[in-house]
Ligand binder design. Structure first.
Ligand SMILES: [Zn+2]
Length: 59
């Protein structure tokens, strides 16, 4: 079992816990937000790469 620190109260929380047992902060929601940001970064990278490739192949 590994521990992480709560982003709200900075106390040790199990990574398996859905929410902080100390302050009730929802840790899973924070994970989901990071996942959305990661997904958007991947989409932006794919779009920029495909536009660069399209630019070179159109000439
Ligand atoms: Zn907390």
């Amino acid at each position: 079992m590994s521990l992480t620190s709560c982003p709200e109260c900075r106390r040790q929380v199990s990574t398996k816990a859905d929410m902080c047992p100390h302050c009730g902060y929802n840790i899973r929601r924070e994970d989901m937000k990071l996942g959305v940001i990661g997904f958007m970064v991947i989409v932006i990278v794919i779009l920029s790469v495909s536009s660069i490739v399209g630019f070179f192949f159109s000439n």
